[in-house]
Design a protein around this ligand. Sequence first.
Ligand SMILES: [Zn+2]
Length: 304
Amino acid sequence: MLNSYVGRFAPSPTGPLHFGSLLAAVASYLQAKKNQGKWLVRIEDLDPPREIQGSASGILKQLEQHGLAWDDSVVYQSDQIDQYHDVLQSLRLKNLVYNCTCTRQRISELSGIYDGKCSQKNLSTIDASCRFSINRGMQAIGHNCDKLGFTDSVMGEFHQLLNSDVGDFVVLRRDGLISYQLAVVVDDYHQGITEIVRGFDLLDSTPRQILLQKCLNYPTPNYLHIPLALNSLGQKLSKQHFAKALSVGHESEQLWLALDWLKQNPPIELRQSSTGEILTWATAHWDLSSIPPLEIGIAAPANL
Ligand SMILES: [Zn+2]
């Protein structure tokens, strides 16, 4: 088992790291180090309109300032586009995807859960998105229903009825961009990721990603979703809700607060230590079972 563990942190370059993203970075880092494994960083830069110039290098600098040193070279999704299209082509050849020309208005009338209207139409790719067919995918892996689940190492059992909970999902957007769901599955496979540690908001993407993995004959990694950090209004700390960037010069304090939030009980005197000392303590004392499986989230420290 030694050194077979590969974990990762995969931020989008849509702004600087905030306390919520630091929690995912710290938890994935410690889980990898506790297992004598590698911790990889991947920049999820597949959506240029949402990106903010300079934030990828800014995020890497923030990780370094917190002592979170990654293994191997950083992978950029924007360098992997040909690979995603090759995989998409293999899904087309297996007849697991179809083109869809439904309008955005029609999709929103369906509350985002697609009803498969275009699945039998054999539409051309022109002005179309490409969707993954849940029924054909489940059939391909020998399931005769659309129920798929997994056991999360923090949150426990989770399953979905994919047709009614999610619907046939987009793998290639109408604007030609590869979807998050497809890219993340291809990247995790090529980077050899054995366990995915990330925020609770991605829990409900996981069955879709597992279905894609099975259809592509990729192994399914372990999953571990941590609760979300909430702001004073009870909203997820996020760029959309104007979460504050982590501040320079307060890295030890921020690391300590992240460990405290993750219920690792860091000793108070550790608060003044260097980031290296804090991470050494945290790796030695990392206890996954202390993270509360709270789906409603946990309040962030007041000034973060
Ligand atoms: Zn359609």
